[in-house]
Structures are given as structure tokens and as C-alpha cells.
Ligand binder design. Structure first.
Ligand code: FMN
Length: 196
């Protein structure tokens, strides 16, 4: 599926995109070290838009340091601290098993692309790769961060947004991608793992 660039600076598009990002979908957050040697992926449900104009969003990432390997250890936290960049990639329902797997492994220990079969795509502006199989990809730069207990909230601005070419129909997010049956929400993973 080819990708098209989405003009998120257009005010109407910024609002539509913020609605889309704010409806509770699970994202795959991509990040890497400064040398681009390790490309990481983190499953994230704590992601939300925080502003329409300019369009801003936040992600909350466990801030346990390497070596502690506690419950809040995330390789991705170190990568985002190092580069101040990350990618947001929205997976659709077919990828639910992969999303679960990505959320249980550490990128510092395994190559999650090799492990899951996801395809890395070079970004245009940021260092971290994007994920080809995801239907929405955003390149983001961190502009602020707040320590909130055992997670750190990174506030970021998008610098590039790509959509699979069939995501928009007549300038609107098509029903196919708006549908809850197509998207992955946190509860779907909890159902999958029978953890309620
Ligand atoms: C459905 C789901 C949602 C998750 N949401 C978050 C989140 O919002 N923030 C976070 O730090 N970790 C979250 N996690 C946990 C990380 O994805 C997990 O710890 C992962 O192994 C970290 O990978 P890394 O070490 O490569 O960064 C979530 C996991 C799952 C399965």
C-alpha cells in the first residue's frame, strides 16, 4: 500500500487528526539510539493529543533505567531521552498478536522487527524508523517532558504525517479505519490475554 503525506498544518486536518489520535487506539512507538544502531518499538496505550493549534501530543513512557530491569524499565525511554524523537504508528486489528508481543519484549534485548516480521521504513526527518504495515505514521520531535512517578510524559510535535492511501475518502477518515473493529484498543489486548 503506498503512503501519502497528510497536511496536518491545515486547521481542519489538525482537528480531525487529534480526534483520531485521541480515541484510545494503541500505538506502536518507534525510537532508536543516537547512532541508529538499535531500532526499538514500544506498544503504548497512554498516548493522547494535548493541543489542536499547534498540534501536540503526549506519550507516557516507563522511566526505569537500564540495569534496574524493573516493571517500568523501557529501552524506548533511554532512546527517546537520547534523540528527543519518536515515531507513532497505528496498527490495525490484523496486527493484534504482534502488538501484544512488542509490548512484552525489550528492544535492547531483541530486534523486534526481526522477531515480529514488521517492516522498518526509513523516516524522512527523524532518526527512528517507521513501521510499513501501520496505516498511519507520524514523525515527532519532543519539545517537553515531565516526570510523573514511574513514567515520564513526553510532549511532542509532529513534523511529518503519512497515511496509507486508502485511509482518506473525500478528505475524511474513511469508515474502514474509524471502525472500532478495525482499530486496536487497550481492552482488546486485555481480552486477548484474558486479564480482566
Ligand atoms: C497494550 C499495551 C499497552 C502498553 N502501554 C504502554 C504505555 O503507554 N507506556 C509504556 O511505557 N509502556 C506501555 N506498555 C508496556 C511496554 O510496551 C513494554 O514494557 C515493552 O516491553 C517495552 O519495550 P522496550 O523495552 O523496547 O521499550 C504497554 C504494553 C501493552 C501490551
Amino acid at each position: 500500500m503506498s503512503k501519502i503525506e497528510f497536511d496536518f498544518k491545515d486547521p481542519e486536518n489538525a482537528v480531525k487528526l487529534s480526534f483520531f489520535l485521541g480515541n484510545g487506539q494503541v500505538a506502536l512507538v518507534t525510537s532508536c539510539d543516537a547512532q541508529k544502531k538499535v531500532q526499538g518499538i514500544l506498544t503504548a496505550s497512554w498516548i493522547t493529543p494535548t493541543s489542536h493549534f499547534p498540534l501536540l501530543l503526549s506519550i507516557s513512557v516507563g522511566n526505569g533505567k537500564k540495569g534496574s530491569e524493573g516493571d517500568n524499565y523501557r529501552s524506548s525511554y533511554g532512546f527517546i531521552e537520547e534523540t528527543s524523537e519518536f515515531g507513532i504508528n497505528l496498527p490495525s486489528k490484523e496486527l493484534i498478536e504482534v502488538v501484544g508481543k512488542v509490548g512484552t519484549l525489550h528492544s535492547s534485548q531483541v530486534d523486534k522487527y526481526a522477531k515480529t516480521g514488521l517492516t522498518a521504513m526509513e523516516s524522512k526527518i527523524i532518526k527512528p524508523h517507521l513501521i510499513k504495515e501501520c496505516y498511519l505514521n507520524m514523525e515527532c520531535k519532543v519539545i517537553d517532558e515531565y516526570v510523573t512517578g514511574d513514567h515520564t510524559v513526553f510532549v511532542a510535535e509532529p513534523v511529518l504525517v503519512l497515511l496509507n492511501e486508502d485511509v482518506l475518502a473525500d478528505g475524511k477518515f474513511s469508515e474502514k479505519y474509524r471502525s472500532k473493529h478495525k482499530q486496536i484498543h487497550f481492552g482488546d489486548i486485555i481480552d486477548l490475554w484474558n486479564m480482566w
